[in-house]
Design a protein around this ligand. Structure first.
Ligand SMILES: *Cc1c(COP(=O)(O)O)cnc(C)c1O
Length: 616
């Protein structure tokens, strides 16, 4: 299908990165045999897995890694840059084992390493990092974490501990002196005077949480020299924040870092050979060309970085350093797609058949509303709408005062909705159109938890691309807001008049309707919270070939018992209590108790998401 024939592509060309295409009205994976996501979903559901589904696509991880190394190596070649390009994946972005397994596998050819920011992450890196690939360790460290660094070194890892303060360096040097063990490499996080960027940008600037000032840097060199360990200083590091919109702050930071690098080398740090730019490469989340997330391409970043460093090194007469990056979002975001079934549409009752006018006569205002509804047209739409709003106000007041009954009130609601909808259909140019769409939104109840699966929407207002998996050859007509199944009123993605979401008017008793949220592979999984005790969704790893697709791995969402166990309930006791109460119940006949208990235990072994696609 040609682009212009697609009634609504949900901004796929903007955020999709050619990873997906619309074919035959369905979202398909743009690789190999181009399977439709819906076909994969249906296969998995046939096997009994309901509820939300997180699909991982290893080929998209590979694609991002290749793009990252490709762009920097191209720039190095172009500018005849002699330093190497090296990269580590920051584990905080996604530590889930089925993702890490893909990452290690796809990164092996490049010597792609891992970055750890905590003890638990360091353990993952020590266990799974590709041999010979680098490990960097950022964040605050205590003695135990530093010991872990020494152990990693002894295991043969190429490990660099980035110090965030002088105290850490002192501890490392003392430990080395005491044990005589080989030292891990030392990196120093510098405190930039240029500020960080974006909603995540507290990582830079003179008041930043992390990093050494110039005075502390000079002191660090002295300490290292005194301990005869200056040859272990190999890296300087900075990180200006996540999802950078613009390239300028990175360039400013790099100028600072490049000059600090050159100065430290002049002070005798001869093994200082790497500049680590941290992460921050943005991904495109926007479904609307007007509000794009990033104003640069990866190749521009790579060119600017290489060129800038080359210039600084030439000016200061020092060797060109290896360039390290720690971009995480850029690598992980696109690989995961969350698919959630729509369970219910909430304003379907407002169709003409819901109207129940009384044959014996209706309140005059209700009759007038009915007349407005039957005679509204393009010319009178604005005026009639206005009248109907007034009538509604009056009728609701009459109800509060006890003059009309519940049936009259229901007819009022239905008629006003019908009038708004008709006004929308007849007068596309109405200035009130936006406001109207707000009023007549359809609420789509979606089988997922926003807190568990899109926490950045809840916490930071980060929007994620969303679209239905099929019916893309039909025009979506309903202005939609999305409700999740938590009991929290924050569990809603509201309709935005500036960036409206339109979905299809579907009859769920006839056919399922699935929504897919894209770009959820970075941060969302591990930040996701168990609000209302909803757990991580069922995961599937999908590989694509010229023949079709394969479901490599399927990890069901945690069972109810596992969820309770996870928050430290004694699950043996939970089961004992349930059993006791059933056995004591006078409402369950004795011969049925065993069956009830069996049924209950079956539920305990299943996950907490809803099963049906229809509530009524
Ligand atoms: C969070 C973090 C990163 C990753 O940032 P992205 O925006 O995901 O690329 C890299 N380095 C450090 C030090 C971080 O704290």
């Amino acid at each position: 299908m040609k682009d212009k024939e697609i009634p609504n592509d949900y901004g796929l060309p903007i955020w999709g990165g050619n990873n997906f295409v619309i074919e035959r009205g369905k979202v398909c994976i743009n690789s190999g045999a181009k399977p439709a996501i819906l076909d994969i979903v249906n296969e998995i559901r046939t096997d009994g897995y309901r509820g939300p589904l997180l699909m991982r696509f290893p080929h998209l991880v590979q694609k991002q890694i290749e793009k990252l190394y490709g762009a920097f190596n191209k720039a190095r070649k172009e500018y005849k840059y002699s330093g190497r390009f090296r990269a580590v994946f920051p584990l905080k972005v996604n530590q889930f084992p089925s993702f890490i397994e893909i990452l290690i596998d796809k990164g092996a050819a490049f010597g792609y390493g891992l970055e750890a920011g905590s003890k638990a992450e360091l353990i993952i890196a020590m266990a799974y990092n590709q041999e010979g690939a680098p490990i960097t360790v950022n964040g605050f460290k205590d003695e135990e974490m530093i010991s872990l660094g020494f152990i990693a070194k002894e295991m043969g890892h190429d490990i660099t501990l980035t110090i965030e303060g002088l105290g850490e360096l002192e501890t490392i040097l003392e430990m080395q002196k005491k044990t005589g063990d080989p030292m891990p490499n030392i990196g120093i996080r510098i405190r930039l005077h240029t500020a960080g960027i974006g909603i995540w940008g507290k990582s830079g600037g003179i008041n930043a949480k992390f990093g050494l000032t110039s005075t502390e840097l000079m002191r660090a060199v002295v300490l290292l020299k005194e301990s005869k360990q200056l040859n272990k200083l190999t890296m300087i590091h900075f990180h200006i924040g996540s999802q950078m919109e613009d390239i300028a702050p990175l360039k400013r930071a790099l100028r600072e870092a490049g000059n600090i690098y050159a100065e430290l080398r002049k002070m005798g740090a001869e093994h200082l050979a790497s500049i680590n730019l941290g992460g921050g490469l943005a991904v495109e989340y926007s479904q609307d060309a007007q509000s794009k997330s990033a104003s640069y391409s990866l190749q521009e970043v790579a060119n600017d970085v290489v060129y800038l460093l080359k210039t600084i090194c030439e000016n200061k007469g020092v060797k060109e350093p290896d360039i390290f990056t720690e971009s995480g979002r850029y690598i992980a975001a696109s690989h995961a797609v969350l698919i959630a079934p729509v369970l219910e549409l909430f304003s379907q009752e407002y169709q003409e058949k819901a109207l129940n006018l009384k044959p014996e006569g209706n309140p005059p205002l209700v009759s007038e509303l009915y007349d407005l509804y039957t005679t509204i047209n393009e010319k009178n739409a604005a005026e009639y709408l206005h009248d109907s709003m007034d009538h509604m106000e009056s009728l609701l007041t009459l109800f509060d005062l006890g003059y009309i009954d519940l049936q009259d009130r229901s007819n009022t609601e239905v008629l006003v909705h019908l009038i708004i909808r008709k006004a929308l259909d007849t007068a596309a140019h109405l200035s009130e159109r936006d406001r109207l769409q707000q009023r007549i939104q359809e609420k789509y109840l979606v089988n997922f938890s926003l807190f568990q699966s899109l926490p950045d929407y809840w916490g930071l207002g980060q929007e994620f691309p969303v679209m239905p998996l099929d019916r893309l050859d039909a025009k979506p007509t309903r202005s939609a807001s999305l409700w999740d199944i938590t009991c929290d009123s924050d569990g809603e993605i509201t309709f935005k008049t500036k960036r409206p979401l339109f979905l299809h008017d579907v009859d769920l008793s006839e056919k399922n309707y699935f929504l897919a949220f894209f770009m959820v592979g970075a941060y969302q999984e591990v930040l996701g919270m168990r609000h209302n005790l909803f757990s991580h969704p069922t995961e599937a790893v999908i590989t694509i070939s010229d023949e079709g697709y394969q479901i490599q791995e399927l990890k069901p969402s945690a069972s109810l018992l596992d969820i309770l166990d996870d928050i430290d309930f004694d699950i043996t006791d939970v089961q004992k209590q349930l059993k006791k109460r059933i056995e004591r119940s006078e409402l369950i006949p004795e011969e049925k108790r065993q069956d009830v208990l069996a049924e209950l235990y079956l539920y305990l072994s299943e996950n907490g998401y809803l099963k049906t696609t229809r509530l009524v």
